[in-house]
Design a protein around this ligand. Structure first.
Ligand code: HEM
Length: 446
């Protein structure tokens, strides 16, 4: 039997849409607090969204009963850029692609990218000057893009890297704008942004296809991510990916693996600037473990406090702040039946700041993860990378990248907010980013 599910009062036609748009994070947080395990949010006359805040129910949706769901509608826009890669594909196709790509993201495999990550961090700092104010969010976007480009294509695109970077940037901005825009102008209409987007897509296609062609004809696939994708073979039928699939997966990795990590880095530097006692402990650890040398993957097990900072930042500012699923087949979750077409929303932002699981949930306390907190709380009270068969394929990549970049940069620079007491608000677009960027003053360390 379905018990009645309640939700915040809304307007007659638009329901809760305006309240949600005004301040999405606050709105879902307060709805969760007031309405318990499930809150009904109405986004317009025909769109009901159920916000789940019981971790066991979230597990059912993402793991045990995941076959009854598909990804939310929001991702459709991303298809314009990533085609039918693992982020957007469903069912059997997703499973096959996931199997093919998994080896490229194994821990030992990605360990070989550590040097590239540190190197790109060093190159970024070559542009920095003591005392200057920079938009650190912009810089973090730049460095994570450089890292993903270098790990994807290795040495083969040294000269074209900027061009590729620029084209990808346009593609990502286009998707972000479209996802948050009220009006949907079809791609066939020659607006300035549509034209720019199509041009950048053409540049990317040309570059990626010619790289694939080069590698295929030379017979040497290479040790970078592109090489891994080209060499992948399905266990069952021995088949690899077509050129088009490889192209879609390359774009998928760019889209999924760039802004998320950049946001995380930005939030880390913001939190360090506002928590000098945490920063001090970080500096002590870096001095003890590294003694002034650049970090390597081998140092990571000793950089424990560095990793706690990353973990705690992903709790407070989860770059992926919500996961949505649409019901495709009637399903029971927590004693309630959900019907095809209904949407379930599970928000990391809400769960990660829930006082049922975290003491002083809004405080930045990296030490909270030092013990066995993750064993004490339910699995889906902390899920920055999602879960189940669609868990982030790049989670180890991202954690390693964040820790290495942090260790590389924090050894040489400290950052402070450009204006004292400046409040940096999170803006929940496709990912959770600092609203209006993150202007910070650089202070070179001794
Ligand atoms: C801190 C950084 C990151 C965060 C917070 C993050 C978070 C997530 C989350 C929550 C999902 C699951 C979405 C869902 O179930 O609807 C996901 C999927 C994915 N992520 Fe990440 N991610 C990060 C970095 C990366 C990186 C660096 C890469 C690649 C190099 C990557 C590649 C992917 C891909 C390909 C998927 C789709 C997996 C699938 O559907 O099978 N991510 N990510």
């Amino acid at each position: 039997m379905n018990e009645t599910i309640t939700g915040p009062k809304g307007l007659p036609i638009t329901g809760n849409l305006l309240a949600f748009r005004r301040n999405p994070l606050e709105f879902i947080q307060s709805s969760a607090k007031t309405h318990g395990d499930v809150a009904l949010l109405r986004f317009g006359p025909k769109r009901n969204v159920y916000l789940l805040t019981n971790p066991d129910q979230i597990k059912e949706v993402l793991v045990t009963k995941q076959g009854h769901f598909r990804k939310g509608k929001g991702l459709q826009v991303a298809r314009a850029v990533v085609g039918d890669g693992i982020l957007t594909s469903e069912g059997k196709k997703h499973l096959r692609q996931r199997r093919l790509m998994q080896p490229a993201f194994h821990r030992e495999r990605i360990a070989t990218y550590g040097n590239v990550m540190v190197q790109q961090g060093v190159e970024l700092m070559q542009e920095w000057k003591d005392g200057e104010v920079r938009d650190i969010h912009h810089d973090m976007m730049k460095v994570t893009l450089a890292i993903i480009t270098a790990t994807m294509f290795g040495k083969s695109v040294k000269e074209g890297a900027d061009e590729i970077g620029h084209a990808i940037d346009i593609g990502l901005k286009y998707v972000a704008n479209k996802a948050s825009s009220f009006i949907d102008i079809p791609l066939s209409v020659p607006t300035r942004s549509n034209r720019q987007f199509l041009e950048s897509n053409e540049t990317l296609d040309k570059t990626i296809y010619s790289l694939i062609e080069e590698r295929r004809s030379s017979g040497e696939t290479g040790a970078d991510l592109l090489g891994m994708l080209l060499a992948a073979r399905d266990e069952d039928d021995g088949q690899g990916m077509t050129d088009e699939q490889v192209r879609d997966e390359v774009m998928t990795i760019f889209v999924a693996g760039h802004e998320t990590t950049a946001n995380t880095m930005s939030w880390i530097f913001y939190l360090l600037a506002t928590h000098p006692e945490v920063e001090k402990k970080l500096h002590d650890e870096l001095a003890t473990v590294l003694g002034g040398k650049l970090p390597t993957v081998e140092d990571l097990p000793q950089l424990t406090y560095t990793s706690l900072i990353v973990q705690e930042t992903l709790r407070l500012y989860p770059a992926a702040w919500t996961i949505n699923r649409e019901v495709v087949e009637e399903v029971e979750i927590g004693g309630r039946m959900y019907q095809p077409g209904e949407t379930l929303m599970m928000s990391q932002y809400v769960m990660h700041r829930d006082e049922r699981f975290y003491e002083n949930p809004n405080e930045f306390i990296p030490e909270r993860f030092a013990g066995d907190l993750l064993k004490q709380i339910p699995a889906y009270a902390y899920f920055p990378f999602g879960g189940g068969p669609r868990v982030c394929i790049g989670n180890n990549f991202a954690l390693m990248e964040a820790a290495l970049l942090l260790a590389t940069i924090a050894q040489r620079y400290r950052m402070r907010l450009a204006q004292a007491n400046q409040v940096v608000e999170p803006e929940p677009l496709v990912t959770l980013r600092p609203k209006n960027g993150l202007p910070m003053r650089l202070e070179k360390r001794g």
